[in-house]
Design a binder for this molecule. Structure first.
Ligand code: EPZ
Length: 420
């Protein structure tokens, strides 16, 4: 297994190019199941989760071609409708194929994704909405068995909780349904917005894109001629590198980034002492001399993202004062805390709230990654810890970060990937 060896970084300098968004790519790849044409996708990130979903599609009979500057996904030959446990267990976002396969073929079997490190991650809202659209859903031997032989019916769906992949699943199902679907309490994440935009440009009538109320008029089972598209930049990857600049007090420029997707993150970094130069698809962080403590509550977009909580918790260990970080979305998303404490951080956990007393001196040691964003928090801590830090089990990191250590090396960090 690989691990990262990282050392204290004097100030970093230079620019980092942001890759395509993992969480936009996943629903967009699932969306190709609705296509009657070969779909050209640009800017897919080279991360494990994307490879996993593309492999799932090929297991179902689709063809995937990696070309120079794009990936061509051809689901015309797709004939299998069962997403098996072996692949779903490695990536719970495989649930995103449920809506499209059911809408296209009238039946689908998907292994229950099960929980993951950060929480139980139920999918009850996905299933309830599909039942409201006329699907028959049974759970048998760990599999979701869904059927809608005469197609899905448009209807009114109200999500009890805002769910990102739940909204994506239902938007895709509704795109091929008979009649109109109104989704209220829909997720407004940029990744959901891009999915709606591409579907709309591909002939699906969708109103309310970017708002909490979506109206989708289905094509009554007709497959879509899906337009070529380029995946939006990954706002969480970008936010992670902004935190690298803040924690090492370095000026770093990000290219191919959408600052407008990072308003809450920028605002919190400003509160902590940084300033920014922003343009349409570039941004530079100018860190302050001092890092100020902060209060953070994670919520759905456009509020502060849960996927940036671990990174800010690492940054807060270097703030002069006490920071309060409350995690409202997932029940177990503080596993980075014990590893940071082993490095010398002063953090007190009380239920869903972490109290971080900075500034604490961090010492390099062996640490273990536990989940995707926790891994990046450990990398940030390693950049300011005395001595060397070895970060193990970085397969978690590889799920969502494209060449992280190379991008950090590119701005002067001493970090390398080694084999245990
Ligand atoms: C998406 O997960 C992201 N993953 C997550 O990013 C992100 O943390 C999360 O949204 C929240 O922003 C992808 O987009 C692939 P949810 P998702 O459904 O869709 C509850 C990362 O680091 N819920 O919005 O699975 C759920 O338990 C990953 O890149 C139900 O109760 O999250 C949670 O408390 C981690 N029933 C809340 O809603 C359901 O049927 C939000 O979950 C669905 C969700």
């Amino acid at each position: 297994m690989d691990y990262l060896k990282a050392q204290f970084a004097q100030s970093l300098r230079g620019s980092i190019n942001i890759s395509g968004a993992k969480n936009a790519s996943l629903p967009l790849i699932a969306m190709t199941i609705l296509a009657k044409n070969k779909v050209n996708i640009k800017n897919l990130p080279a991360v494990a989760d994307i490879k996993t979903l593309l492999k799932l599609l090929t297991n179902l009979g689709a063809n995937v071609a990696f070309e120079e500057d794009k990936v061509v996904v051809d689901t015309i030959p797709l004939h299998e409708t069962k997403a098996t446990y072996d692949i779903v267990k490695t990536m719970r976002a495989s649930i995103l194929v449920l809506g499209p396969i059911l809408a296209r073929f009238g039946h689908c079997e998907v292994s229950l994704p099960g929980g993951c490190a950060i929480g139980q991650r139920p999918i009850d809202l996905h299933l309830k909405a599909l039942e409201q659209m006329g699907a028959k859903i049974d759970i048998k031997a760990g599999y979701i068995q869904a059927s809608a032989p005469s197609g899905l019916q448009g209807t009114n769906i109200n999500f009890d909780k805002i769910t990102v992949t739940g909204t994506a699943n239902i938007v895709m199902a509704a795109s091929l349904a008979y009649g109109e679907t109104i989704i209220t309490n829909a997720a407004r994440e940029p990744e959901v917005v891009q999915l709606c935009e591409v579907l709309s440009e591909s002939g699906v009538e969708i109103e309310g894109i970017g708002t909490a109320i979506l109206r989708v008029v289905g094509t009554a089972g007709k497959l879509l001629d899906i337009v070529d598209f380029r995946v939006i930049p990954d706002r969480i990857e970008a936010g992670t590198y902004l935190c690298a600049g803040a924690i090492t007090k370095s000026e770093i420029t990000l290219t191919d980034v959408e600052p407008k997707h990072l308003v809450a993150v920028i605002s919190k970094l400003e509160e902590m002492g940084s300033s920014f130069t922003l343009s349409e698809n570039e941004m530079t962080i100018h860190p302050g001399e001092q890092i100020f403590p902060v209060k953070i509550v994670t919520q759905e977009y456009p509020a502060f993202p849960t996927d940036m909580q671990a990174q800010f918790l690492a940054l807060a260990t270097q703030a002069d004062g006490v920071s309060i970080i409350e995690e409202r979305l997932f029940e177990n998303r503080f596993m980075h805390v014990s590893e940071l404490q082993r490095m010398g951080a002063e953090i007190m956990l009380n239920g869903h709230t972490a109290t971080v007393t900075g500034k604490s001196k961090l010492s390099g040691t062996d640490v273990m990654a536990t989940d995707l964003r926790a891994s990046s928090a450990l990398v940030l801590a390693a950049l300011v810890a005395d001595g060397e830090t070895n970060i193990h089990r970085i397969y978690h990191l590889d799920r969502g970060y494209d060449s992280l250590e190379k991008k950090l090396e590119g701005v002067g960090a001493k970090i390398e990937r080694l084999r245990e």
